[in-house]
Design a protein around this ligand. Structure first.
Ligand SMILES: Nc1ncnc2c1ncn2[C@@H]1O[C@H](COP(=O)(O)OP(=O)(O)OP(=O)(O)O)[C@@H](O)[C@H]1O
Ligand SMILES: [Mg+2]
Length: 303
């Protein structure tokens, strides 16, 4: 399974969510989990995990001139806490962009897709900001899922809204994940006309701790618990989208351009339906109650 994760602007927590999803993936003992850092702005994984940048994205990209074997990617990864593997990008933007361009536009452009096609593998690609013409697009478009992460302040929503329609067409299963404080999830869903897969609270301490998850107890608390619920929702087959919240005209969400209201992401399917027998409850449902202008972590999990 290949999951591309990205944002439109404003560092809403893409790298944090991507690495935590890998660490908290269900049935982790039976799944090889890889975070491929495909951020053309430069990598953060090497610093966050105290890794050398080589081997990593640059060495893997260079190797694709010689090999067509998808499994070769594992030779360029590091084992990190939580039991997943990391393919770190060079921290310098110029080098990261160059390596990603070689990988995405050369003969190795399908190798990550090939590695992720193994049923025992989940590959999470941190694509950074999905700017027009990002070299990560060629790989993100091969993904099974695009997880678009957005903050909920008016300026963040405005930027996200402008790209929803285009990004929704990249993969068979696009999902919108909200983070932080700002407008309520319900108002955002009504304004954009789409359901979300969930909402992560603003929790700087919890976010910083996610790179050091080792014990089962840590997995059951706070932000980790919510991301574990998100991982279960993503791991489940996608089901019929639940309806967008109804109840009169869409709420006015300052910052969301009027032309985007209830049109931008109409094709974005929602999370698995709570009533679908083979799927877990929606990761987004409980996130509606206390996320508006809240600065504290909620007590209930995402599902
Ligand atoms: N839910 C959260 N609550 C509070 N802080 C968070 C949360 N998620 C991430 N952070 C913090 O926000 C900062 C940015 O997070 P992160 O690097 O994951 O964002 P990003 O979207 O990958 O940014 P960039 O686009 O620059 O790569 C980090 O310091 C991280 O610890
Ligand atoms: Mg990042």
């Amino acid at each position: 399974m290949l999951i591309a994760v990205g944002s439109v602007k404003a560092a809403p927590g893409v790298t944090t969510v991507t690495t935590a999803l890998a660490a908290l993936w269900p049935e982790a003992q039976h799944t090889r989990r890889l975070v491929a850092e495909l951020d053309p702005s430069g990598g953060d994984l090497a610093v966050r995990y105290g890794l050398p940048a080589t081997p990593g994205l640059a060495s893997f990209a260079a190797s694709t001139r010689r090999t067509r074997e998808p499994a070769a990617v594992w030779d360029h990864t590091h084992l990190v806490s939580g039991g997943s593997h990391a393919l770190p990008a060079p921290p310098a933007a110029a080098q990261a962009h160059a390596a990603l361009t070689i990988l995405a536009s050369g003969p190795g452009r399908s190798l990550l897709r090939g590695a992720a096609a193994n049923p025992g593998v989940v590959l999470l690609a941190d694509c950074g900001r999905l700017d027009p013409a990002t070299p990560a697009e060629a790989i993100a478009r091969q993904a099974d899922v695009l997880l678009l992460v957005s903050g909920t302040r008016p300026d963040e929503l405005a930027h996200t809204a402008t790209r929803l329609g285009e990004l929704a067409a990249w993969t068979p299963r696009p999902c919108l994940l909200l983070t932080g404080t700002g407008h309520s999830t319900r108002d955002v869903e009504r304004a954009l006309g789409i359901p979300t897969i969930g909402r992560l609270p603003h929790d700087p301490t919890g976010a910083a701790a996610l790179t050091r998850i080792t014990s089962p107890a840590q997995r059951r608390r706070g932000l980790a618990r919510r991301i574990a619920a998100l991982a279960r929702a993503l791991a489940a087959p996608s089901a019929t989208p639940r309806p967008t919240p109804a109840g009169g005209p869409p709420a006015a969400v300052p910052g969301v351009p009027p032309q985007q209201v209830r049109t931008a992401g109409a094709s974005l399917p929602g999370p698995p339906s709570p009533s679908a027998p083979a799927s877990p409850p929606s990761a987004g449902e409980p996130a509606r109650r206390d996320d508006q202008h809240s600065t504290s972590a909620r007590k209930e999990p995402l599902s």
